[in-house]
Design a protein around this ligand. Structure first.
Ligand code: DGJ
Length: 734
């Protein structure tokens, strides 16, 4: 039973294949956390194992309860506020009398098969028998609010999904000042914190630091996930490595302002909190109404960060990303952005398509510049009608590309509007702006007020019209600036705290409308590269453009970092031209291909200008894609080098591997970023193979037959790869 409840101890035990999550209701009817870690056969004895504590008078107890029971150090499932726990709150309510507090007591629970969907939000799903959910109703009597904590257990993935919902059961409005999705308390405070950090074109580099006294926050107030940090975190023990030691992972499925907080309490506790960022949020719940916080995905691995990542990969592919795409090879695409930027016409696009079709590329994506009067980034966003003077009739262009042997995809930036656009001239009030204040431009554009339904409806109509007008099977959804001057005239002054979350709900609604109208549409997420790479977007976009930095050497850190929480099959990765437009670096064409083959594969260069040698190599890459890429979609991913993930930014050697679920086939990609002169050929220790199985190992001119156990224990010596930028794509078959 994934969810079990012990009536004697009022103890909930959530069990997955390898983990246990335990909490209970105490005599005061509060919900306290007991344990999250390796699977326990019997959780009951935990109740006698709680630490005794002699409280200082500065850690209060409620209503004459036992002195050793201060809420200030006990482990909570979702903490209230202004009731004796001075650590970060999970729920904060303001009632009509102005009081700001929350104190939650257990009222009841129900266990339901499967996984209910969240309304309006990205939501994990489960087929019958794949998951079980327990919903626990807590009550704040004084505020007349119920908070329902939902826990869905996915035993096969070792993942627990949490979310929270607040319902106003009273007769007066209540202001929700914060409702986090989940908190995870530990009675220790000696962890390493692993997370992703970066900027535009340097997204999601992995960082590992010792837990900081006081605390550490990952956050966004950008109205989007942002390039700077990512709404996901791992805690592990200081000696946890890729393949050994305890690691706890948390991924928030949300694409707006978020908070992931690792708080170190004064009594040696740790509280990890995650949810919508309360800094920019407040939500009035009318009597009878409810508010739902987004989902959080939790996993625990006793086998290092590698297993933690694989748990998330399996879970996101099986239960978040649409089954229509999750395990499928996506079309190999050629995107014209780095090939032409804004400087193209129909003939140029057709020429690229023809050239790509000869190589075996399957889809042409027409990027920014096809609409309105857009010849640079200063106009036309919002005017989603073809720029016929530039590209002729869009139907003809799509047919021309199809005729060349390619599918057709198109770029949009739905939430944006240029000051110089018909849309902005017709509806200046649709722009996010604060009356009496200036408006920030970002990339010469404004953000539309997606908190308003009529704005989202209008954008939907325009995009749908274009998509209906021709055979367009893919959409690249870009988002090239963040939100400023967040205010909506459609809401009362006291309701302005809703705008940012409503904006995100508007984005999700547009996604759902488009997918309802065009169920086969493949939508690739994008935000100036990877500025909105999160599990919320993955629920609608099976792939997200990883970064505008397409330099293969830079991508090593970006893609490896992203793999900490997200599956490689969701990372948009393309081969681009050298010297690279971002870094000026030249990397061998073969290496560029091997790095891009670790994500959703494609090209982003002027195919009509490629050398015959590069064309021949591209054909080989495409053949590799067809033969081996199912391992990226369906296999297990192992980070092999560097040994410590956080060293990847500077590591001389980087290697990873994909292993088929039946362990009969595998690939290893080995990249030498910089050579070590006169050093022996480097070795890489493989992982995840069948130790007894004999594998045929092939790369370049090398071929061996080696047993899995040997490849994992003694390692594989990689020949001919000690040159700056050299790489090997090693295949294993048995
Ligand atoms: C940012 C994206 O990341 C690029 O790939 C490209 O689509 C440009 N925007 C177009 O403006």
């Amino acid at each position: 039973m994934p969810v079990s409840f012990d009536d004697r101890a009022k103890l909930f035990h959530l069990s997955t294949r390898n983990t246990s999550y335990v909490f209970y209701v105490d005599n005061s009817l509060r919900l306290f956390h007991l344990y999250y870690g390796a699977a326990l056969r019997d959780a009951f004895p935990l109740t006698g194992q709680q630490p005794d504590f002699w409280p200082a008078s500065f850690s209060p107890v409620v209503n004459g309860e036992e002195l050793s029971r201060s809420p200030d150090y006990r482990l909570q499932e979702l903490a209230g506020f202004n009731q004796g726990d001075f650590r970060p709150a999970g729920v904060v309510l303001q009632t009509a009398n102005g009081a700001v507090a929350a104190d939650l007591h257990y009222f009841g629970h129900r266990v339901i098969p499967g996984k209910p969907r969240l309304e309006g939000l990205p939501s994990a799903f489960a087929a019958e028998g794949e998951a079980e959910t327990v919903e626990i109703t807590l009550r704040d009597k004084a505020a007349a609010v119920e908070v329902i904590l939902a826990y869905t257990v996915f035993p096969a993935c070792d993942v627990i999904v949490r979310s929270a919902r607040a319902v106003n059961t009273g007769s007066a409005p209540v202001v929700l000042e914060r409702l986090l999705s989940a908190q995870l308390d530990f009675d220790e405070a000696d962890f390493d914190v692993v997370h992703l950090q970066g900027s535009w074109a340097r997204e999601r580099h992995p960082v590992r630091n010792r837990q900081i006294p006081g605390g550490q926050q990952l956050r966004s107030v950008r109205g989007a996930t942002g390039h700077h940090q990512n709404p996901a975190v791992a805690l592990c023990r200081p000696d946890t490595s890729e393949e050994a030691g305890d690691a706890w992972g948390l991924v928030l499925a949300y694409s707006g302002d978020y908070l992931v907080d690792v708080d170190t309490g004064q009594y040696g506790t740790t509280r990890v909190s995650a949810g919508i960022n309360p800094e920019t949020f407040s939500w009035t719940i009318e009597p009878g109404a409810a508010f739902t916080a987004p989902e959080v995905y939790l996993t625990f691995s006793a086998c290092g960060l590698g297993r933690m990542s694989r748990n998330f990969h399996r879970f996101l592919r099986s239960h978040v990303i649409s089954p229509r795409w999750a395990f499928k090879q996506r079309p190999i695409l050629i995107n014209n952005w780095e090939a032409t930027y804004f400087d193209f016409n129909a003939q140029k696009i057709i020429d690229i398509a023809r050239s790509g079709a000869e190589l075996g590329i399957e889809m042409l994506v027409l990027d920014d510049g096809w609409f309105g009067k857009r010849d640079d980034d200063r106009s036309s966003l919002g005017d989603w009608v073809a720029y016929s003077r530039k590209i002729g009739d869009i139907g003809d262009l799509v047919r021309g590309v199809n005729h060349a042997g390619m599918k057709f995809g198109l770029w949009f930036e739905p939430e944006m509007v240029s000051p110089d656009s018909d849309l902005c001239r017709a509806h200046p009030d649709w722009v996010l702006q604060i009356p009496g204040r200036g408006r920030c431009l970002g990339r010469n554009q404004y953000v539309l007020d997606f908190s308003r339904d009529e704005v989202v409806d209008h954008v939907f109509k325009m995009i749908a019209k274009i998509l209906h007008s021709a055979d367009i099977v893919y959409m690249k959804w870009d988002f090239n600036r963040n939100l400023t001057e967040v205010f909506s005239p459609s809401l009362l002054p006291a309701r302005q705290g809703k705008v940012r979350h409503r904006f995100v709900l508007g984005v999700y609604r547009l996604y759902r409308m488009l997918l309802a109208e065009f169920p086969d549409l493949l939508i690739e997420g994008c935000s100036g590269g990877g500025g909105r790479f999160d599990a919320g977007i993955l629920a609608y976009s099976p792939q997200i453009w990883c970064s505008d930095d397409t330099d293969a050497m830079e991508r090593l850190a970006i893609q490896t970092g992203t793999s900490l929480f997200y599956p490689p099959s969701s990372m948009g990765a393309h081969v681009s031209v050298c010297p690279n437009h971002m870094t000026g670096r030249t990397v061998p064409f073969a290496t560029r291909g091997y790095v891009a083959l670790a994500g959703t594969f494609g090209y982003e260069l002027d195919l009509t200008k490629m050398s015959p040698e590069d064309r021949a190599t591209a054909k080989e890459q495409i053949a590799l894609y067809h033969r081996w890429h199912d391992l990226v979609e369906c296999g297990d991913y192992y980070r092999l080098l560097p040994e410590r993930l956080e060293d990847v930014e500077k590591a001389r050697l980087v290697a990873w591997s994909f292993v088929a679920p039946d362990r009969r086939r595998a690939t290893v990609t080995f990249v030498c970023r910089s050579q070590l002169v006169h050093a022996p050929d480097p070795k890489v220790f493989l992982r995840g193979l069948d130790p007894e199985r004999l594998y045929k190992v092939n790369y370049g001119k090398f071929a061996y037959e080696l047993v899995g156990g040997l490849l994992m224990s003694a390692g594989l010596r990689v020949r001919d790869c000690n040159r700056d930028g050299a790489a090997a794509f090693i295949t294993l078959e048995s």
